[in-house]
Design a protein. Structure first.
Length: 279
């Protein structure tokens, strides 16, 4: 196989992996475990390593006892077995991108599949991770985890349904620091989001005032409107508009000589108009 052809294959594989490359936040309430207990929280990060040929899977989660766990491994998603460092779990590992929404990782021990992890991108954009392995007594189990994509990207991630990994002091310190950082950045992002939403509402109100003001200034006005006073907009038979000092109830509840009543309005100091409740 020539080098350019190999390069094209690698590029094609990594393009298919694109949907998985993210930091994912665990939905504990959506998980279904047959083995062990669903963690309190967790993150799961999938990314490419600098050479672009390997995928990196990082795991970080906290159990109900508040113990922090961390694990990480790299694998080439070309479907071929490669050596695995954690020989307690497996001696070789392979990964294959079945399609743009399915990625399978398998851990082998002495040639037999010891753990199978299937990643699926669901229609709602969530990530479903299914772990199929064996308990200490060699009975099979299936754990299902569901994640949503994080807006902020942490330098770690997690999955808790596979192999039990001992908590370390470094892992606990790292998790606490990253959790504090995540809380602070999320709080700041929420504050910015609230400010953006407020500005968006204000912009929408200004836009509505501008549109209403344009309609009124294009209408027929036979008097000089006074700032702070209430007036009424009607539509004439020909589709044009007219500004009147006469309220609908003064016409006997109707539009008087006009086709229909449009709105009750008030002139502001900046010479824009706002709609107010009909009197």
């Amino acid at each position: 196989m020539t080098q350019p052809f190999k390069t094209k294959i690698v590029v094609f594989i990594m393009v298919q992996a694109y949907n998985f490359l993210a930091s994912w936040q665990l939905f504990p309430e959506k998980c279904d475990f047959e083995y062990q207990v669903v963690p309190k929280s967790g993150n799961y990060k999938i990314e490419t390593v600098p050479n672009g040929h390997l995928l990196s899977f990082s795991h970080n989660w906290v159990n109900i006892e508040n113990d922090a766990f961390y694990a990480q491994y790299h694998v080439n998603p070309n479907g071929q077995p490669m050596p695995f460092d954690n020989t307690e779990l497996a001696d070789t590992i392979s990964a294959e991108i079945n399609n743009a929404s399915c990625l399978t990782v398998q851990f082998f021990k002495e040639g037999a599949v010891n753990l199978k992890v299937v990643h699926e991108i669901l229609a709602n954009g969530f990530l479903k991770v299914t772990h199929e392995g064996f308990k200490e007594d060699q009975s099979p189990f299936k754990n299902i985890e569901v994640y949503h994509k994080q807006l902020s990207v942490l330098p770690y991630a997690s999955s808790a349904g596979s192999v039990a990994i001992r908590p370390t002091k470094e892992g606990v310190i790292k998790h606490k620091a990253l959790s504090a950082m995540e809380d602070q950045t999320n709080m700041q992002l929420n504050q910015i989001k609230e400010q953006i939403e407020l500005l968006a509402r204000q912009a929408q109100e200004i836009r509505k005032r501008k549109e209403l003001s344009m309609m009124i200034y294009e209408a027929k006005i036979t008097f000089k409107p006074q700032i702070g006073q209430i007036y009424h907009v009607y539509e004439k038979q020909d589709g044009s508009h007219v500004l009147s000092m006469v309220a609908p109830h003064e016409w006997g509840g109707g539009a008087g000589p006009f086709a229909q009543f449009i709105a009750t309005v008030k002139l502001l100091a900046d010479h824009t108009w706002i709609e107010v409740p009909a009197q």
